[in-house]
Ligand binder design. Structure first.
Ligand SMILES: *Cc1c(COP(=O)(O)O)cnc(C)c1O
Length: 366
């Protein structure tokens, strides 16, 4: 038995993989694989429509929002955002983790050739991102284009559960690692984006959910970078990441059958609680996040007393079938990513393994 704790690309539901396997050579009686279908044919049109309808259902996306299935990963959105939305204006960035910092750095780079002003609203980098960055809403110019936040800090293991007050300025969110895992109110955001490979499907697709009145008005951007043009073409301006959209569509169906986002969130809380309780009850393990209320239910970072023991832990865990537990290369330690598709049994097994490892090694840590 193998349990895959990878942060992304991450584990997919077994049922989804089996369905895709069964349909791989002959999709819906077409005699062709989904990979071979024309992206403008009837079969793929259905796949695309169904995927969008199910995502709208799952997230309760209001009708005045467009849903786009794009390429380029969440990382391309760091740039597309600014190119589409902020000409002549200010854009604020709340930086509580490495990905938020990247989003801000990309905006700073772009502002050398585009006329806008990216502003670092607050950063918790000096605290090693062990907590969420805090700010006063009145620091924000109400004329600004947006405030950018990262909902779940995938590497550092913190999450925004309460949406911040932004002095009336639209909220834009990178939701890559907790989309469909935490139940957010979409109507509170002007734009949401997320790479598929953590909670939705295989890599290759990026979801952008954008309120229509937030789309750019002037046709000045290259078509492939212009939200309005991409929206007008219903994600079919060019060849979309068809197979990734199909797989994500299967995951959306699965998520609905599992009871939807609220049910999945409750399950994720339960899985995370098992791990955090184990960490908190032990003097051997620790979680680097400063406030319990900010702890992620998707990515749980933890450490033993020494870097040597961390290395031993990862190695022994790997042999025992617990894969991809090493923390991000920038922070070290361990990280258990336990997104929607990660089974509770896997967390229970890891907790048992952690207790046995502590039992065996705690004398060495003094
Ligand atoms: C993984 C991740 C990214 C980067 O996603 P890509 O699809 O690889 O570009 C950005 N933001 C967050 C929060 C992430 O977890």
């Amino acid at each position: 038995m193998v349990y895959n704790f990878a942060a992304g690309p991450a584990v997919l539901p077994q049922e989804v993989l089996k369905k895709a396997q069964a349909e791989l050579l002959n999709y819906a009686g077409s005699g062709m694989s989904v990979m071979e279908l024309s992206h403008r044919g009837a079969e793929f049109s259905m796949i695309l429509e169904q995927a969008e309808a199910n995502l709208r259902d799952l997230m309760r996306i209001p009708d005045d929002y467009k849903v786009l299935f794009l390429q380029g990963g969440a990382s391309l959105q760091f740039s597309m955002l600014a190119m589409n939305l902020v000409l002549g204006k200010k854009a604020y960035y709340l930086v509580s983790g490495s990905f938020g910092k990247k989003a801000y750095s990309e905006a700073v780079k772009l502002s050398k050739t585009l006329n806008f002003e990216p502003i670092l609203l607050a950063s918790s980098e000096d605290e090693h991102f062990a907590e969420l960055a805090k700010f006063e809403p009145l620091m924000i110019d109400p004329e600004a284009s947006y405030v950018h936040v990262t909902m779940n800090n995938t590497i550092e293991g913190t999450t925004i559960y309460e949406l911040p007050e932004t002095n009336g300025v639209p909220l834009v969110a990178d939701m890559s690692s907790d989309i469909l895992a935490v139940d957010y109110d979409v109507s509170r955001f002007a734009l949401i984006y997320a790479g598929a490979q953590k909670n939705m499907g295989p890599a290759g697709m990026t979801v952008v959910i954008v309120r229509e009145d937030f789309l750019p008005q002037d046709e000045v951007l290259s078509s492939m970078l212009d939200y309005r043009i991409l929206a007008e073409h219903q994600s079919l301006y060019n060849t979309p990441p068809a197979f990734s959209i199909y797989m994500s569509g299967l995951v959306f169906e699965w998520a609905k059958a599992e009871g939807g986002v609220k049910a999945l969130e409750a399950r994720n809380c339960e899985k995370a609680r098992l791990l955090y309780d184990t960490i908190d009850a032990s003097s051997f393990y620790n979680n680097p996040v400063k406030f319990k209320a900010e702890r992620s239910i998707c990515n749980v970072p933890f450490r033993t007393p020494t870097a040597e023991l961390d290395t031993a832990f990862i190695k022994e865990a790997e042999v025992a079938g617990f894969k991809n537990l090493a923390g991000h290369r920038s922070v070290g330690g361990m990280r258990a990513s336990i997104y929607n598709a990660f089974p509770k049994e896997g967390v229970e097994a890891l907790v048992d393994f952690m207790k046995a490892f502590e039992e065996k090694h705690h004398d060495l840590s003094d």
